[in-house]
Design a protein around this ligand. Structure first.
Ligand code: SF4
Length: 342
């Protein structure tokens, strides 16, 4: 066994597929095998086959199912007719949604609901399958394997993964891809090889943005090591930048706190000065008011004294007039008496 074949064996051992692939069923066409692959994400093979049989019975054609409500598809899948309470269909709703979305994806990509044409041109078919993310490349590879009479299908995503792993070189591979890839695959593991490579392409090995740091193959993948290293450097840079930003933020916050403290002190000082001024002005005003009141009191006292004096003078004047009148009366009496004597 060559070193590359050893590496392929390691790859097949290291990747655990999320879902099993179906066992091909004699009476199902390629579209229905696609549905079976999708349903195996929720059920075992026996239940998935039973679900397809029930759906076939429930709908006149697949287009009728494609445009039906998910709840109805779920009810049909369980053989409950078109209407069933939500609680009865809840356990299979996710499967119904998935299989309906698969039909929708096929319809959008092919404007029809059959995939038998995949058998005609495997190269074009592999391109189409790569544009069906809901189906995915693991299940899509299974359909290509069926379409090509169980020969190893080689698609661009598979070549991309193998190239990055250092197992093939992409340059000039397009036409004779199967001749180059075929010898790497352990005999009898073709379908598993297709599934695992599809799984890697679907989950980690994206054309533009591979997530090598999460990929289980990165230790043995030259491209992945490079990307993972770059990612690590990028993370370190981001962390360093984050620390710089944090330090800047702390300095800024410290400055702002100092600024706020100074401003508070300035305002407190100003308030104290304003208060003192206000107190001083109030005291000055109180002194002026007191002085005014004292002057007013003195004036009133003086006026009272003057009035008293004036009253005393009036009284003295009246007393003098009274005395003069008494005196005049007495003089007149004396004069009258003296006139009588004569
Ligand atoms: S490590 Fe990266 S490049 Fe290598 S197979 Fe995984 S995702 Fe692809």
């Amino acid at each position: 066994m060559s070193k590359k074949s050893d590496q392929v064996v390691k790859v097949l051992e290291r990747i655990k597929p999320r879902w099993p692939l179906p066992t091909p069923v004699k009476d199902l066409n390629l579209l229905e095998h696609g549905m079976l692959a999708v349903l195996l994400r929720h059920f075992d093979q026996r239940k998935a086959e039973a679900a397809i049989a029930a759906l076939k019975k429930g709908y006149a054609d697949w287009n009728e199912m494609r445009v039906a409500q998910t709840q109805e598809v779920a009810a049909q899948m369980l053989g409950l007719g078109r209407r069933a309470p939500r609680s009865d269909v809840d356990p299979v709703l996710a499967a119904a949604r998935d299989v309906r979305e698969f039909l929708q994806e096929v319809f959008q990509k092919t404007h029809g609901l059959e995939l038998e044409f995949l058998r005609e041109d495997l190269s074009a078919s592999s391109k189409l399958v790569q544009q069906m993310p809901h189906l995915g490349l693991a299940s899509g590879g299974f359909l290509l394997w069926l379409a090509g009479d169980r020969q190893l299908p080689v698609h661009a995503a598979m070549v991309r993964v193998l190239d990055r792993l250092g197992l093939v070189t992409r340059a000039g591979l397009a036409k004779k891809a199967r001749d180059v890839v075929g010898p790497l695959v352990p005999e009898g593991s073709e379908l598993r090889f297709v599934q695992i490579l599809g799984e890697v392409a679907d989950r980690w090995c994206d054309t533009r943005k591979p997530v090598c740091w999460d990929c289980p193959l990165r230790e043995d993948c030259p491209f992945g090591k490079k990307v993972a290293q770059e990612h690590k450097v990028q993370l370190e840079r981001m962390e360093a930048q984050r620390k710089r930003d944090e330090a800047k933020r702390l300095v800024f916050e410290k400055k702002e706190a100092e600024k706020r403290k100074k401003e508070a002190e300035r305002l407190a000082k100003k308030a104290a000065i304003d208060n003192a001024k206000l107190e001083k002005s109030r005291a000055r005003q109180a002194a002026i008011d007191a002085k005014k009141r004292a002057l007013e009191d003195a004036k009133q006292k003086k006026q009272a004294e003057l009035a008293k004096k004036r009253a005393l003078a009036e009284k003295a004047k009246a007393d003098a007039a009274k005395k003069a009148a008494i005196k005049a009366k007495s003089a007149a009496k004396k004069q009258a008496k003296s006139g009588k004597k004569r």
